[in-house]
Design a protein around this ligand. Sequence first.
Ligand code: CTP
Length: 478
Amino acid sequence: MNHKHILQHTIFKTIGACADELDMEAYVIGGFVRDYFLKRGDSKDIDVVAIGSGISLAQKVAFKLEGKPEVTIFKNFGTAMLKYKNLELEFVGARKESYTRDSRNPVVEDGTLEDDQNRRDFTINAMAFSLNKSKFGDLLDPFNGVKDLEKQIIRTPLKPEITYSDDPLRMMRAIRFATQLNFTIESKSLDAISKNRERIKIISKERVVDELHKILLAEKPSKGFSLLNKTGLLPLILPELTALQGIEEIEGQRHKDNFWHTLEVVDNISKTTNNLWLRWAALLHDIGKAPTKKFHKKIGWTFHAHEFVGSKMVYKLFKRLRMPLNDKMKFVQKMVLMSSRPVILSEEHVTDSAVRRLVFDAGDYVDDLMTLCEADITTKNARKLKKYKNNFKIVREKIVEVEERDKIRNFQPPVTGEEIMQTFGLKPSREIGILKDAIKEAILEGEIANEYSAAFKFMLKKGKELGLSVKSNKASKS
Ligand code: CTP
């Protein structure tokens, strides 16, 4: 079948013409072809394979293109990259040998197209369109990738053991594609992943995390995490999550399975936000429950301070996976630390002061925190579900109301420490902290409004109680 019509971009004709001049074959291969059949929209990443030197082809193409874009050459990988308009093109020579991107040795470019296709990860990623003039647009699909797309199946071109041992990251890629596309992984492949799972250890953390991000950003991330769990990859990557698995029963008292609960929460939150870090927070919000779990004869199961313990674990987990230890990590920590706060609120009568405290502690993240907590409701009891949802609605409304009136978000003390010192003629001392704290508490409790004159009056009263006497004129007048 010919697919000329999709190769409308002039770049494809240019590549074909250059390949003809160099007397070599050239193909567009991989993700671009797959995404065309999936109607995923035009891919901006274009992989070109040459039967010969990919680097020479890239150089010739760049020379012909308007603006003569720069070619970046990765000699050790035998690849060349250039950017043209909004496209990123990668050129590689067809390979016979095992396809490994991490290889430190120069790659020998001596294969045919079939050799190259054999060494790719999945049948759906091994399809190619010819670019040479005489066969422009011809599809080369030796492993029936188009059929597998129709059947929605992830299958390797060679025996799964070979494909996964060529590059163990492909175990994660299989699961990631299955999650993104809602495909099934062929059972032979799934078995091979289970068998070879330990090999994931040789893959750099960055590449593993990249796949985790993609799984988390899918429509239904739970599919990926349950596959990671089923194949035994999860305990090697995120043991904190597998530790949440299981239901224990003592004296007839059971707790819920926090692993499956977590996956439900992640799916829930994915319906309302595409914020990757908020999705991470959902994934990690209960990790403190495994190390804090205890059974007490009188009250049953407890997970005392699991939010605090969990937020500390977030740091260790990010560090181990070489994830950024920056504001993103702090955001996830904060979400985990505060993850039960709105829940406690929603279980009882929602007071203004409790809402003010929540807004004070969560600051700008209060909306994200509410989103997380709403996703955390997984009860199957219809009456409870309705009650919690309704209470969260009240909390959300109160947040808006309280915020309009009291401006608690990013709270700035209305009376500064400097002014307290001046008023009472104090040197830096404990009293200043006590007074500042008392003012803040009075505002949060709703005893006084969040504004200067009320806070100043309150400070004078408190100062008196502490036995301080007023020194400055301004204060004696008021
Ligand atoms: N590939 C492979 N094994 C890998 C990575 C990539 O065989 N471990 C091949 C596949 O043919 C793939 C192509 O290289 O289609 C390009 O890889 P990449 O750009 O990483 O992924 P895409 O398939 O384009 O998909 P995505 O952009 O969603 O990552």
